[in-house]
Design a protein around this ligand. Sequence first.
Ligand code: 26M
Length: 807
Amino acid sequence: GLTVPPDAGAVSAAELRERVGQHLVFSIGRGATAARLADWRLALSYAIRDRIVVPWFQTAERINAADRKRVYYLSMEFLIGRLLDDAVANLGLESAAREAMAGLGVDYDALVRDEPDAALGNGGLGRLAACFLDSMSAVGVAGLGYGIRYDHGLFRQSFEAGWQAEEAEDWLAQPHPWEFERPEASFPIGFGGSVGPGAGDAGAWHPAETVIAVAYDTPVPGWQGRWVNTLRLWSAKPTREFELQAFNRGDFLGAATPAVLAETISRVLYPDDSTPQGRELRLKQEYFFTAASIRDILQRFERRHGDLAALPDKVAIQLNDTHPAIAGPELIRLLVDERGLAFDAAFDIARGCLHYTNHTLLPEALERWPAELLGRVLPCHLEIVERIDARHARESAAAGRPSDDGTAILGDGEVRMGTLAFVAARRVNGVSALHTRLMQETVFGGLHALHPERIVNQTNGVTPRRWLHGCNPPLRALLQEAIGDGWVADLDRLEALVPLADDAAFRERFAAAKRANKVRLAPWLAEQAGIELAPETLLDVQIKRFHEYKRQLLNLLETVALWNAMRQAPEVDWTPRVKVFGGKAAPGYRMAKLIIKLINDVARTVNDDPAVRGRLQVAFPPNYNVSMAERLIPAADLSEQISTAGLEASGTGNMKLALNGALTVGTLDGANVEIRDRVGEENIFIFGLTAEEVARRRAEGYAPAACIAASPRLAEAVEQIASGRFSPDEPERFRAIVEDLRGHDRFLVCADFEAYWQRQRAIDAAWRDRAAWTRSAVLNVARCGWFSSDRAIRGYAKEIWNAETEF
Ligand code: 26M
């Protein structure tokens, strides 16, 4: 048994203050008079971390004692954000921490804001992984996240004359207090070389190059610190012998070269979130972290169990998109070449453990690797892929399907990673009901016909700890008074608010909480974007990565049309609005970057125009990230979720905003459909073509020119952009946007424009009846409890992993 040190459990403010002082001196090496804010932050972080370590050990002991099935979440990305305040809240130490720091003369809020975001992800997929880690600890799943410890996370965005510029992010420039380096947990990972006849029937692999994967563990405390899982991130290090040989020859530069090359693998996060570039280094990253994780998983299993056939009973592996899809071939390789199993037995074991989540149907976003590249970097794995493909073809033929049904893994000289992941997985899931249905009907249609039980739905969710409790103190306080705090671990309890939507006094207090959040946001927005936000103004936000399918351009065209309408009819009592845009574009995505420039040019024109002063403003604060989302979401009144129907797999920002009392203007896409089903048609502003209508319009040969001709408002806005109204110094600047809108309009911006405009005017009118608006907002909060990632994790545990939950 474990002897619990005397300091485990609750801690008083006085004790915590003492511990912070100790850490400041003995861990940071600085005295109180010389300490900077960062020193105090590190000292408090260490003091908080100390509270997590014992429950962490205890969780491991419970899992081992019960021999619980383990769940491994493999993800190239974990978009975590700040950790300190989250850990403090999970441990219930908010007042102790505040009081302790106040006693030391340090502002707790400033200290929390000093922490850099851990931005090891691009957007939705990476943030989902972070929410799932939190929820696996909250509900007590024996879960472990595996990923890459990038030296540099997602780039910092700035605007240079309105153009996006990227700067390297450097989150490890300061000590990172939350991780433990585990030099003993390391594996050599090979690349290249050749495959010869050897052990097993797949042949033994002789890599040309070897890199060491070293583990760094971060504890992930759940709600109330009852359960603590681990996030294990791999960092690439050179092998020792290699260096030493060159060093001994006196070749000091040569001794450093392999080190630099090896460390390149975990150097930087790829900043694309939907268009894989097919780069060799990316493939090496994928294999590097997947291979290290699979070996770690197998080693942990074998330390406790003898029979590899039992692996699927004790291990579930979730692949977050296809990025770790090489897990299938790697696991088979280890079982065949290093454990001596036959290929078919190894394949069955691997397929018993593996599960794959798809996050997109966009054809250009589906990962494919040239077979030549895969064969060069991972020769043994290419052979195994060929054998998996052959077995899949046999199963397909046995089921009477034609051999040319488009479900082959290898084709056109490429390896289709989605197909590989599907074939090697026991369950494949989509992330919203609509997305899952479209998977079955479109991209995975042939595979679905062959394996009709394999594709299941698990609608995404968000953690209520960060996305309500943490980010929205005024609403948290109101909820505490109205319904207690049981909702934090059981978000369905928000339903108790439903009757309060009809209580005028409650609505007043709810509106006051929203107002307080806007007042809190205003000085920041003024500083970041030069905007004056009055609390009566409708705050309209579109915050997400920039992509054409997400249609920031639709929002912008409506902004221009609204500006025109306000100038043309100044006598009208317009509903005042502030439109906020936030998001990054992939550095190589020219169209998205041009749209960013257009928004900034329109913002300057509109914000400088006295004719619309106090009525319309456009704000684009740079460097949207998790921490910025935490500021904006609680203050927002209107949530823009306006993707072309059928293209946004789920969305999760839509859930965060609705949960914080913003009303949604959105298409019937992704999880918007399920949000509507829950909040009710009358409490959401739906518009536009459905996924089926989009498909039909495209099949009929959609031509945007007719839509533009039919809408004078749209025609005027497009013409202004075309003629340089927003770029007088370079009238042709937005030619590519205008040509695309008039010629192709792949994402049907013009087709949806009028419906969107009309919906926005209905929103203007709705805002004026503040009691009705607030009633809708309350009902959004009350009925969005289902979108908790706790519900999603329970769904995965029951329907996919066959794993228990402790709470
Ligand atoms: C691939 C190759 C090379 C470099 C980067 C990538 C890559 C990285 C991230 C590709 C896709 C990536 O993310 C896609 C993503 O974030 N999808 C979103 O997933 C969310 C969670 O399920 C959904 O809510 C969003 O609708 C979906 O767009």
